[in-house]
Design a protein around this ligand. Structure first.
Ligand SMILES: Cc1ncc(COP(=O)(O)O)c(C=O)c1O
Length: 454
């Protein structure tokens, strides 16, 4: 057997003790969320009907780090630390001098990075005496993660699952139900929001969010839980990047470029923010590449404006790149990337030029995912297949340049429940659905009244 290491592993004692908060290091002026009625900065009072105070304080914290509660670290032990792999077989197959590393979050019970925040959110809600959580799920990964986390902390869980994913991934529903959750196909007829969106039978993350927020706002015993976008979600995910940093040090290498897929921005934030902080502090010169679907190109074609986080308009307004809150993206298989907006923190970094963004069509992402699966074994979820496509392009660029660049990417979930998408790809039946500029422009014309951003 060769001396070549493939997996870099940490012990349970090395699970991070703190989450990293990038907020105090962000360049430029902070654009606060706004109350959509008064257009004044949204304060804790705007959020208390649906979030516990513990999470609200994390959302607005200006501290550079936040301690991880002991109970959450105990729960993390069920799958953390996650492995960092060197993709040596793929390097040989691509005949590239690049060194390719990936941080694999698919080892969690739900199969993705989502439990990193789900357990933290379920814990804070349980501490606050909340009995039930309502949420949306796109790919089914977030709903599974929250169902799992609720089962750990004795909470009920109600999930609105985006219609197209509900149809494509029946076993994700079974998984959620196994952990005790109740799952509805969205748009449902159970909420006012769902009833108003029946003309979009495939649903969207924005619609499912409206349904879950409505339930949480109308029931005293129920809070809302979001799987991406918000500051506290990005914060919780920074365990990924901190571990990856320690593992890259074990490998004796520094990444030249770090790549991740972006739906709302949380896995990208989790992997990159600890590294971004070093760049913002002048301690490193890493490139960051955010990858999204061409069918939902928020960072590459959206406008930077204040917009709602959901379709119906129930949330505070956030400054972000957006395609328009009621833009309904085509039902691509990367359901977790079908979101009209993105994390305000990540959008600020893209706007400041710290993070680059790129979009790919779904056939080219599945081609890359299959290539990856055939050399590294793991079948990726359709979402990180976007990061894999970009990683292969970067590795090929390194070959052209004759440079041994170090590439790190986030393999944020496995695709074992996404095989209907692989079936369609292998049968040559996967469509590259055109992004409709016209529909985006129509949605942008309906953006809410809000102060212009300089
Ligand atoms: C496996 C996977 N990756 C990525 C995403 C996108 O979300 P985020 O950008 O918050 O990581 C999702 C969302 O559901 C997902 O399930």
């Amino acid at each position: 057997m060769s001396e070549e290491t493939v997996k870099y592993l940490l012990s349970e004692r090395e699970i991070p003790t703190h989450w990293i908060n990038l907020l105090p290091d962000l360049p430029g002026e902070l654009l606060p969320p706004l109350n959509p009625g008064t257009l004044a900065p949204a304060g804790p009072d705007d959020l208390t009907p649906i979030f516990p105070m513990g999470l609200i304080l994390q959302e607005v914290s200006g501290e550079p780090q936040v301690e991880i509660p002991e109970e959450v670290r105990e729960a993390y032990k069920l799958w953390r630390p996650t492995p960092l792999f060197r993709a040596r077989r793929l390097e040989r197959e691509l005949d590239t001098p690049a060194h390719i590393y990936f941080k694999y979050e698919g080892v969690s019970p739900a199969g993705s990075h989502k439990p990193n925040t789900a357990v933290a959110q379920a814990y804070e809600n349980a501490q606050a005496g909340v009995k039930r959580l309502a949420t949306e799920t796109g790919a089914g990964q977030w709903g599974s993660a929250l169902a799992f986390a609720c089962s750990l902390f004795g909470l009920e869980c109600e999930v609105f699952m985006v219609g197209s994913s509900y149809d494509q991934k029946p076993y994700r529903r079974s998984m959620m139900e196994t952990w005790g959750a109740t799952v509805h196909r969205s748009p449902s007829t159970l909420t006012e929001s769902g009833r108003s969106q029946q003309q979009h039978p495939t649903g969207s993350l924005g619609i499912a969010i409206s349904e879950a927020v409505e339930v949480a706002a109308s029931r005293d015993d129920t809070n809302y839980s979001l799987g991406s976008v918000l500051n506290h979600v990005c914060l919780h995910q920074t365990v990924i990047g901190q571990e990856a940093m320690a593992q890259m040090a074990m490998a004796g290498e520094e990444p030249d470029v770090i790549i991740g897929c972006v739906g709302g921005g949380s896995n990208f934030a989790g992997l990159t923010f600890p590294f971004v902080r070093r760049v913002l502090r002048g301690e490193a010169k890493t490139r960051f590449l955010a990858v999204e679907p061409a069918a939902c190109p928020t960072l590459t074609r959206g406008v930077y404006r204040y917009d709602f986080g959901d379709t119906v308009g129930l949330t505070p307004l956030m400054a972000m790149y957006t395609l328009g809150h009621d833009f309904v993206p085509a039902p691509v298989h990367a359901g977790g990337l079908r979101y009209h907006g993105d994390s305000p923190m990540l959008c600020g970094l893209v706007r400041a030029g710290v993070v680059e963004a790129r979009a790919y069509r779904q056939n080219e992402t599945f081609e890359a995912a299959v290539r990856f699966a055939r050399s590294e074994g793991i079948i990726p979820a359709p979402e990180p297949a976007h990061a894999i496509r970009a990683m292969i392009d970067e590795a090929e660029a390194a070959r052209e340049a004759g440079e041994a660049r170090v590439i790190l990417f986030g393999l944020c979930g496995h695709g074992n429940f996404d095989l209907s998408a692989y079936d369609a790809y292998l049968a040559g039946e996967l469509e590259d659905i055109e992004f409709s500029e016209q529909e985006m422009n129509a949605a942008l014309a309906r953006l809410p009244e809000a102060p212009a951003i300089a």
